[in-house]
Each structure stands twice: as structure tokens, then as C-alpha cells.
Design a protein around this ligand. Structure first.
Ligand SMILES: Nc1ncnc2c1ncn2[C@@H]1O[C@H](COP(=O)(O)OP(=O)(O)OP(=O)(O)O)[C@@H](O)[C@H]1O
Ligand SMILES: [Mg+2]
Length: 308
């Protein structure tokens, strides 16, 4: 049984001429962290909101744990939780109120709600401010309240739409840890993020969407194979003959002083000899998801919409 099975899901917003997403078909296996990547406006939030029963699709079929999104909406709502992209906590409630009463509303008893609220607020370093009104908290603290609410539930499917947006590096790691623990306990997670390190840390499966359609999908390692080389060399542009570099692999010139070259380990020695001889900046590192993402969706930045 799939946690989410989407077949040809399309959304056209009212009054809009173009599709926000078009014919998205995908399957999310239970117990996995499934990440949606894509540029601003690609359609990630649209898809997440549809799956989380907040928005109706224009066409297509979605089954959540075999329940039909349209017919079994209420049933589905009982076992999912969402951290919406632009959610805000209520100004006049405290972090404690948000988490504790959210659990109470969802049927958790007083004692258990209290235990869970304490645990998650401690994990996210919100415990010391648990009784302060949200309006007096920082932006990151407010964001963490929303994540804490979802994490405290025992929902079997979590939708996390950019859950770590605006968070400091330490806070982000607290959230990553909580997400991983959720996965270990069997929860399925649909995540969106613009932080490629986050996607690399967490994802089992990845779908990249661009202008509303899927352009690549697979496991994290499948996605990496979109770039055939396995090593990235960064080398200063000045004085290097880019024709020479091209003979070693794929050259990316993003307009800065540094050229990127995707290549293989076997070329590193020769390349470093060139750099050392001329006393150039030279850096070798593995190819990251960030590189793959930019090579897949960056090059088309100025191309016209595929469907209008
Ligand atoms: N309520 C709406 N009414 C009309 N069009 C909308 C609405 N919400 C989103 N769109 C359009 O749908 C497309 C997809 O938007 P969506 O919010 O799903 O993108 P996203 O991938 O989540 O982007 P981001 O990374 O910026 O959050 C965009 O072209 C956007 O302008
Ligand atoms: Mg979004």
C-alpha cells in the first residue's frame, strides 16, 4: 500500500491561464522521506496542499493510504498533519498552548498531551519561552512552534512545506533530528525545501518539478546520476583556457571568477598540475545535489513556459 498515490494530478487556479501543476503522477512509499524540489513557483506547495486536503485538484486522482482524497477527506484529516509554507502561530497564544491544545483537539488525553508538549518544546529549545505570547517571539521561534505542533502528533503522514525556512543552523539540525526520529517510528514524510543540504541529509526519494511538471525522480543516488561525472573541480577563470578544461568534462561558467568543471577522479592530478603551475585557486569536492539541481533547472531560466 502506498502512503500517497497520485495519478495525473493537475491544478489550474481560478482565473489563471496556466496550470500550476500538470499531470503529476507519483507514489510515496510508507515510512520514507519523500522530497519535492523545484524553483519558486514550480508547484510544490500546490501539490502538497492538494494532498493535505487543503485544496481541490482540477483533475486527477489521489489516494492517501488507499483512502480517496475527495470521498474520505475527513478520515484522512485525522491521520495527517501539515506545516504550511506560510503558516503563522496565533499571536495571543503561547508555544505551550499551541502544542498542548492541538494535541487535546486531536483527542490525546491531558497527561499524554502534557508529556509530549514538554518533550517537543525542549527538543526545539522553546521550553524556556513556553509561556510567552507568540507575538513576542522571534520569527524562527514562531516557525518552530508550527513544526512542533506537527511533530507532537502521531500522524502517520506529515506534510512539511519548507519547515526550516528562516531557522538558524542549530535549529535546523534540531528539526532534522526530529524528522529522522519520526521516520524511524514509521511516519511517512512529504518534504519540500530549498536547502539542498537539507534534502541530502533527509531524503530517501526525490522528485524535481519544474513549471508544474516532473523533470526527474528517483532515490537520492538516482538523482545524482543526472550528472554523469562524480567530481567537481573549481578553478579560477583568469588565464585558464576553457577549451582545455572542456576536454576534461563539463564546464559551468556562472559568470563569477571561478569556473566549475564536472569531471572524474582520474583527471584530478593533471588538472591540479595546471593549477599549481600557474598558482591558481583550485578546489576539488564531490558533486552535490545543489549542482544537480542547478544543472537541471537553472539552464532553462529564460525559456518560455511549456504550457500556457
Ligand atoms: N492562490 C493562487 N491563485 C493563483 N495562482 C496561484 C495561487 N497559488 C499559487 N499560484 C501559482 O501556482 C504556481 C505554483 O505555485 P506554488 O506556490 O505551488 O509554487 P512553489 O513550488 O511552492 O514555489 P515556492 O518555492 O516559491 O514556494 C505559481 O505560478 C503561482 O503563481
Ligand atoms: Mg511553496
Amino acid at each position: 500500500m502506498s502512503a500517497v498515490e497520485a495519478v495525473k494530478v493537475t491544478k489550474k487556479y481560478k482565473g489563471s491561464l496556466s496550470f500550476a501543476i500538470k499531470n503529476i503522477s507519483l507514489e510515496i512509499e510508507p515510512g520514507r522521506i519523500f522530497t519535492l524540489l523545484g524553483r519558486n513557483g514550480a508547484g510544490k506547495t500546490t501539490f502538497v496542499r492538494i494532498c493535505a486536503t487543503q485544496l481541490l485538484p482540477t483533475s486527477g486522482i489521489i489516494k492517501i493510504f488507499e483512502d480517496d482524497l475527495i470521498k474520505d477527506t475527513e478520515k484522512i484529516r485525522n491521520y495527517i498533519s501539515i506545516v504550511p509554507q506560510e503558516g503563522r502561530p496565533l499571536r495571543a497564544l503561547t508555544p505551550w498552548d499551541h502544542v498542548y491544545y492541538w494535541l487535546r483537539i486531536r483527542g490525546v488525553n491531558k497527561n499524554e498531551s502534557s508529556i509530549r508538549a514538554t518533550k517537543v518544546l525542549q527538543e526545539f529549545e522553546l521550553y524556556d519561552v513556553r509561556n510567552r505570547l507568540a507575538m513576542y517571539l522571534s520569527g524562527g521561534m514562531k516557525q518552530k512552534i508550527l513544526v512542533a505542533m506537527a511533530m507532537a502528533t502521531d500522524s502517520k503522514l506529515l506534510f512539511l512545506d519548507e519547515p526550516t525556512i528562516g531557522l538558524d543552523p542549530v535549529s535546523r539540525r534540531q528539526i532534522w533530528k526530529a524528522i529522522k526520529e519520526k521516520k524511524e517510528s514509521g511516519t511517512t514524510i512529504l518534504l519540500t525545501t530549498h536547502y539542498m543540504d537539507e534534502a541530502e541529509q533527509l531524503s530517501d526519494d526525490i522528485v524535481i518539478i519544474d513549471k508544474g511538471v516532473i523533470i526527474s525522480q528517483g532515490t537520492l543516488s538516482d538523482i545524482r546520476k543526472n550528472i554523469k561525472e562524480n567530481i567537481k573541480v573549481e578553478i579560477s577563470k583568469s588565464g585558464v583556457d576553457s577549451e582545455v578544461l572542456k576536454s576534461y568534462g563539463t564546464v559551468i561558467d556562472s559568470g563569477t571568477d571561478i569556473l566549475k568543471l564536472f569531471t572524474f577522479e582520474s583527471n584530478i592530478q593533471e588538472l591540479s598540475a595546471i593549477a599549481i603551475k600557474k598558482n591558481f585557486f583550485f578546489k576539488v569536492s564531490p558533486i552535490t545535489l545543489d549542482d544537480v539541481f542547478v544543472s537541471l533547472v537553472g539552464a532553462e531560466a529564460n525559456s518560455p513556459d511549456q504550457f500556457t
